[in-house]
Design a protein around this ligand. Structure first.
Ligand code: NAG
Ligand code: NAG
Ligand code: NAG
Ligand code: NAG
Ligand code: NAG
Length: 340
């Protein structure tokens, strides 16, 4: 009960600290249903995860057999799924959702950005059927090694979002109604570290990027959104009948700390980095029982400073997705305004 009461306050706190994106709190009834659905699939998720680790191992092993790389995947038996899977919830959508034009259909997000190589392996599990979710569009974006987002490069990563907003608009963020759509704060059309790609027949997709850096008030994170029933319109934007809510994915503090010692991350000394345990969005996601920390391994089997491989399984409750006019599973929280 306590966490439910806390939620609205934290929700507001984090929405004004975070970059644009929806952050709705699921209600307890919905959570309980989702939890029950998810638990049924725990063995399937475990198996999916084990297969993905094994596949990566084959891909990464040099053919000369010199590596002593070991896979640390857990056994495929989970008595409790929720802390190993980040369950997403559908968001209300009343028709075609026009995506930011900087989200491009591609797997390599790097462009000219410098940093520690980062491969993301994202698996989707349909928690209704316990089958991998095929051909769903996974949309990711994150900041660069020193905390800037493409398309928003004119904003200072060391200045808090409310202050940025005030500086740009001359107005305070409306605490009653939230910030609404803030895409007008975009400063350019750069596209680095953004992309989207559909899941394959194993329900898996992957991206090549650089490990994200950090900006003020937030732990290191990656934004991810999942769209089902998607299509590409003639002007290159994505038309989607159904959108599964946005999540943010995090990293173990030890991994984050190690990567931050490497240039150019290490040059970001103007502000302190917030550890994941102190991040408001991470806290909210944890309230839902979701395990939003990526499983990681060094890309070369040895040293995170040479590259990071991150795995996550996202559970999607497809029964709660209809045709873009989904009934809102997350009733709006008064005074917080989740229209962003
Ligand atoms: C997940 O939950 C199980 C059972 O409650 C627990 O033993 C395990 O330590 C948890 N794992 C993590 C990563 O929190
Ligand atoms: C991150 O992006 C900002 C804005 O474009 C840029 O000024 C900065 O140099 C970039 N960081 C790195 C490490 O390239
Ligand atoms: C992005 O490009 C479009 C089309 O060229 C242009 O209309 C728009 O003003 C640009 N946006 C920004 C923020 O520069
Ligand atoms: C692209 O087309 C969609 C619908 O087909 C429209 O809603 C959207 O505004 C268009 N985007 C641009 C950038 O022209
Ligand atoms: C998928 O989208 C199409 C058109 O965009 C729509 O007609 C159809 O009903 C949608 N199907 C589902 C299952 O949402």
């Amino acid at each position: 009960m306590k966490s439910v009461l806390l939620a609205p306050v934290l929700f507001l706190a984090s929405i004004i600290e975070a970059h644009p994106g929806p952050h709705a709190q699921p209600d307890p009834v919905h959570l309980a249903r989702r939890g029950a659905l998810a638990k049924r699939c725990s063995d399937s998720v475990g198996l999916m995860k084990r297969n993905r680790h094994a596949m990566r191992r084959r891909d990464l092993s040099p053919s000369d057999g010199t590596t002593t790389y070991t896979i640390t995947a857990d056994a495929p038996n989970y008595d409790f799924l929720k802390n190993d899977t980040c369950i997403l919830t559908p968001e209300t959508s009343t028709g075609p959702y026009v995506y930011p034009r900087s989200q491009i259909l591609r797997q390599d997000l790097v462009e000219d950005q410098l940093g520690v190589p980062f491969v993301m392996d994202i698996g989707l599990m349909d928690i209704h059927t316990c089958e991998p979710l095929e051909n769903a569009l996974v949309d990711v974006w994150h900041c660069n090694a020193t905390g800037s987002y493409s398309s928003f490069t004119g904003l200072d990563p060391d200045i808090s979002f409310p202050d940025q907003y005030l500086e740009s608009t001359g107005e305070e963020i409306d605490a009653e109604n939230g910030m609404g759509d803030v895409s007008f704060l975009a400063t350019d059309n750069t596209t680095w570290l953004r992309g989207m790609w559909p899941t394959d027949k194993n329900g898996v997709t992957s991206f090549t990027s650089i490990f994200p850096g950090f900006y003020t008030n937030r732990a290191i994170h990656v934004h991810v959104q999942v769209h089902t029933n998607w299509s590409i319109t003639s002007n290159g934007t994505i038309g989607a009948g159904s959108t599964v809510n946005t999540a943010q994915l995090f990293f173990d503090e030890d991994v984050a700390a190690e990567v931050m010692t490497v240039p150019p991350y290490a040059s970001h000394t103007q502000i302190a980095r917030k550890p994941v345990a102190e991040d408001g969005v991470y806290f909210e996601e944890s309230l839902t029982g979701a395990m939003a920390i990526m499983d990681t391994e060094p890309l070369d089997g040895q040293d995170y400073k040479n590259g990071v491989l991150g795995y996550i399984t996202l559970g999607v409750d497809t029964t709660a997705i209809h045709d873009g006019t989904t009934e809102d599973p997350n009733p709006p929280i008064p005074t917080s305004g989740d229209s962003a």
